[in-house]
Design a protein around this ligand. Structure first.
Ligand code: NAD
Length: 298
């Protein structure tokens, strides 16, 4: 697995492509943004003039694009007609399960192997090569997928067949969105009851309220120094991104006939926070809205 085509060099893809080059692989990169492409070139990637040129002699093609429609279009119009059928195709974007399965079916029909492999970890993990990958692919293809993504990953799971990676990702982020709101509501209530929120953090972290949103990513400034709450909720995982993932979860739930009332509430609350100007802030900043404070746009 030495020749990698990397398509989509944004906040996530830029760091991921750089780690492929750092691992000694020959990376041919492409992005619609010339600035993103220049940055990837400075990190050791080759510059392609188009998707078609990037993929033409690739062992593996990795895509990191904004959403389902971009992935459907780039695969149908540019990757499948131009890549060798021996190339392993891996889409790391977060998209809807239906699009992932449709692209997989199209790729398989053209004689390609395909995996949906969305990630958890954010831009810092993308740069550090410590992302968690959730993969949906044929069982026989998983070792090759693991090998292709190794320079970018801390841990890789095969969630199941095509689409299962995306299903795991949106279910995980629905838990995260709901649990963050629960933690924020409890902290806001603790404050109103005259209980020091930092003391509440200490107690609940060792009681049954313990969860990742509280102990590793505390939305109240202070108790967890690395959390975005200590830097004005800048950086981290943007509210707009969380909202996108919660919408994907709701669309999937509606299609599958699953009851997700707390997921729906979380989507509504994040949509409100986004409308109030919080879209660019880390998603833990929803604490400010729940405390009744004015939202500083970010
Ligand atoms: P981004 O907008 O920074 O990057 C996307 C890149 O794709 C852009 O540089 C854009 O120019 C490029 N692009 C769009 N259409 C293209 C095309 N037709 N051909 C070539 N390039 C094209 O987004 P991001 O933050 O890097 O996120 C990428 C994906 O990863 C999304 O699906 C997102 O949901 C997911 N994700 C993001 C994070 C995060 O913290 N940012 C975390 C986990 C997963």
């Amino acid at each position: 697995m030495t020749r990698i085509a990397f398509i989509g060099l944004g906040n996530m893809g830029g760091g991921m492509a750089a780690n492929q080059a750092k691992a000694g692989r020959e990376v041919m990169a492409f992005d619609l943004s010339p600035a993103a492409l220049d940055k990837a070139a400075a990190a050791g990637c080759g510059k392609a003039a188009s998707v078609a040129e990037a993929v033409q002699s690739a062992d593996a093609v990795i895509t990191m694009l904004p959403a389902g429609p971009h992935v459907r279009q780039v695969y149908a119009e540019q990757i499948l007609p131009n890549a060798p059928t021996s190339a392993l195709l891996i889409d790391c974007s977060t998209i809807d399960v239906e699009s992932a399965r449709a692209v997989a079916a199209q790729a398989n029909a053209g004689g390609f192997r395909f995996a949906d492999a969305p990630v958890s970890g954010g831009t810092a993990a993308a740069e550090a090569g410590t992302l968690a990958f959730m993969v949906g692919c044929d069982e026989a293809d998983f070792p090759a997928v693991e090998d292709a993504i190794k320079p970018m990953s801390r841990v890789t799971f095969r969630a199941g067949d095509h689409g299962a990676g995306q299903a795991a990702k949106i279910c995980n982020n629905m838990v995260l969105g709901i649990s963050m709101i629960g933690v924020c509501e409890a902290l806001a209530l603790a404050e109103k009851l005259g209980l020091d929120p930092a003391k509440f953090h200490e107690i609940s972290s060792q009681s049954s309220g313990q969860c990742w949103s509280l102990t590793s990513y505390c939305p109240w400034p202070g108790p967890v120094p690395t959390a975005p709450s200590n830097r004005g909720y800048e950086g981290g995982f943007a509210t707009a991104m969380m909202l996108k993932d919660l919408k994907l979860a709701q669309e999937a739930a509606a299609k599958a006939g699953a009851a997700t009332p707390l997921g729906a509430s979380a989507e509504g609350l994040y949509a409100l926070f986004d409308r109030l100007g919080g879209g660019g802030k880390d998603f833990s900043a929803i604490l400010e809205m729940l405390r009744g404070r004015s939202v500083q746009p970010g």
